[in-house]
Design a protein around this ligand. Structure first.
Ligand SMILES: *Cc1c(COP(=O)(O)O)cnc(C)c1O
Length: 398
């Protein structure tokens, strides 16, 4: 394993000491989530990577050429997690771990040149929107907001663009983009494509395989999976882009603490089990919710009635574990959330515990998100327990 110091932007190699490239490429994602990022197999060596708490490293030679130097440049505890997530996203180029999803988002947005054009979904994670808007207001870039599900509108906006940002499904409106078509159009326009893959996880879609340039994750959500850490990742299979993202991480300093990095990999080991369960439950709950008279609309790409269903069926392996519901108004939504005993009223998503939130309680949420929209993040609890709680809350609205 090599570290990447401030002066060394070369791309490190993977460390899977006991599996060659051919053996690795044959492994399925659920196996990679468990097998990737393991330490060397020496007699009596630990089976899990250790946590390295050190702000600096002994320096007897030049810093660079793979030397760690200082823990803002590199930390051995990041690398197994970076390796595992890169593998899951289908690349040999190690991912870059950040202190939060927004750390990774900020690094990826820095790929827009000063004065360049960013095309981004009008509905997307509010932190991403806020950062893009503030960069627009400061004149750092020109922001063009689009309906990411409207392929023609996105293609029209790509004229002269430098970077296309994609969330699919979008947070919290659950719109689904035609990613292959958008990647082709962006490429023709000379724009980079960044996909925020937090909602789908690499089990649901692998944007690099479709031609996206960079994938970002809020690993705070499904990858870590237990609502106990904030982490982010940027993944690319392009060495030059990786060097730019690495330089941004090193110089802006949004690095992960070693304990958080260790917890992130610890959570990743069970990703497939968690996603399989929560996604199956979400599909069942979405069908029941759609039939409830207190619900105006259920947004879930797994529903045949959902406008994104055909695209999602073609592009995703599974429809994910997020459902958005539209109730009559803010008061109905607030009353519903407050009536629940099992579902946790909390922001964020992707943990083992089911959480629910009226999104417009955040003043930063776009005004086009309905006041009565509640976003459900389905966890791994029993489906009937989850349904019983929702059903009593919805029945009380009638
Ligand atoms: C939460 C989230 C982010 C931001 O991640 P943090 O870890 O909270 O910084 C970015 N994108 C999406 C889609 C998210 O859900």
């Amino acid at each position: 394993m090599t570290g990447a110091s401030q002066t060394d932007s070369s791309t490190p190699e993977f460390s899977f000491p006991h599996l060659d490239a051919e053996a690795l490429s044959a492994l399925s994602p659920e196996t990679l989530a468990v097998a990737a990022g393991r330490p060397e197999r020496d007699h009596d060596s630990p089976v899990n990577p250790s946590v390295v708490f050190s702000s600096t490293f002994v320096g007897l030679g030049a810093v660079g050429e793979g030397a760690r130097g200082y823990a803002r440049y590199s930390n051995p505890t990041w690398e197994p997690f970076e390796e595992a997530v890169a593998r899951l996203e289908g690349t040999d180029v190690p991912a870059l771990l950040f202190s939060s999803g927004m750390g990774a988002v900020a690094a990826a947005l820095s790929l827009v040149p000063v004065g360049g054009v960013l095309v981004a979904p009008a509905h997307s994670y509010s932190g991403t929107l806020g950062l893009a808007q503030s960069k627009g207001e400061r004149g750092e870039l020109e922001l063009r907001s689009v309906d990411i599900a409207d392929t023609d509108a996105v293609i029209a906006a790509l004229d002269g663009a430098d970077l296309l940002w994609v969330e699919s499904p979008t947070n919290p409106m659950m719109e689904v983009a035609d990613l292959p078509a958008l990647v082709a159009a962006a490429r023709a326009a000379g724009a980079l494509v960044v996909v925020d893959n937090t909602f789908s996880t690499p089990l649901g879609q692998r944007p690099l395989a479709v031609g996206a340039d960079v994938v970002v994750h809020s690993a705070t959500k499904y990858l870590a999976g237990h609502s106990d850490v904030l982490l982010g990742l940027a993944v690319t299979d392009d060495d030059e882009l990786r060097a730019l993202l690495l330089a941004h991480r090193t110089l802006h300093g949004a690095i992960a603490g070693p304990m958080e990095a260790w917890l992130g990999l610890r959570g990743l080991r069970t990703l497939a089990l968690r996603v399989e369960r929560s996604q199956a439950t979400a599909g069942e709950l979405a069908r029941r919710l759609e039939g409830h008279p207190a619900v105006r609309r259920t947004r879930y790409p797994g529903l045949v009635s959902d406008p994104g269903h055909a695209r999602a069926a073609a592009q995703f392996d599974g429809f994910g574990s997020i459902i958005s519901l539209e109730l009559d108004d803010a008061a109905a939504a607030d009353a519903f959330v407050a009536s629940l005993a099992l579902w946790l009223p909390a922001t964020s998503l992707g943990g083992v515990e089911s959480t629910i939130e009226r999104r417009r309680r955040h003043t930063a949420e776009p005004l086009t998100v309905p006041e009565g929209l509640v976003r459900l993040s389905v966890g791994i609890e029993n489906v009937e327990d989850l349904w019983a709680d929702l059903a009593q809350g919805l029945d009380a609205l009638l």
